[in-house]
Every structure is written in structure tokens, then in C-alpha cells.
Design a binder for this molecule. Sequence first.
Ligand SMILES: [Zn+2]
Length: 160
Amino acid sequence: MTTTMLLDTDRALVQAATAVAKLRCRSANHTVAAAARTADGRVFTGVDLLHPTGGPCAEIVVLGTAATQGVGKLEAIVAVGDRGRGVVPPCGRCRQVLLDYHPGIRVIVGPLDALRKLPVADLLPERDTWADQRLDASAIVRTGQWPMPTVPTSRPASED
Ligand SMILES: [Zn+2]
């Protein structure tokens, strides 16, 4: 596991998510706020949208917000719970989505007095990758055939 010390910018990210949680997570519909940062310092925030159909977690909302602004790469993310719950770790779905969309992202986790930053891959030690399972949709349209999935024989070294 590769734990990294928190930088001042990481602490500022926790503060941003904490501020959004205090300001916007005041109902049963919104219970977690998240904040993510790009390498050049832009910060995006969001809250979860709890819903019985599987509304998105705050982390997913933040990824969508960043994508809406044209951001292709995020370097750090943190989620903070309502009612003073502090930093909350991403759920399993979010870990997988973070890994697939931002494989280099680091996730801030832990109690407020011992926060640490981990590569998202460390949160999924036995992981699958969406890219391995994605079908080539253009090939389906082009050929009218459903392609047979290919199974990679080894993972790239960057994923180790
Ligand atoms: Zn989640």
C-alpha cells in the first residue's frame, strides 16, 4: 500500500468538502459532499443524490461536474459526511468508477487526526478494469456483429 503524506492542498480539499457538507447536506437527500482537485489546482465539489433507484454518490457527482468542465484528469478526491461524520471512504462502486475514469487519482481517507492519501488502486487490491470489458461499440455499428470479448493475458505494468 502506498500511503502519501497530505499536502496543504489536500487539507484544503478536505476543508472544501467539509464546508459543502455543512452548507448543503442538511436533509436525508444529501448526506455526503465530495471535493476533487486537478493537478493545476482547480477544485470541483458536489453532493450525493440519495434515491431508491441508486442515486449517485457525491464522488460520482464530482466526476460528472469535472467532466462537464472538460477536465480529463483529477489527482485527488475526498468525501465528507454530514452531521460531522468527517472523511468517509468511497463505496465499492465509487472505487471502481474512480479507478476506471481516473486511474492515477489519490483518495484521502481516515480519521481527521490521521488522514492519509492512497492511490485508488490500493483501495481495490483484486480489481477488474472496465477497459478490459468494454466492447468496441463502433465495431458493432460497423459490422452489425456482437464482438467476442478479448481477455488480456497480462495487465500493463502501470497497473501494478
Ligand atoms: Zn459511492
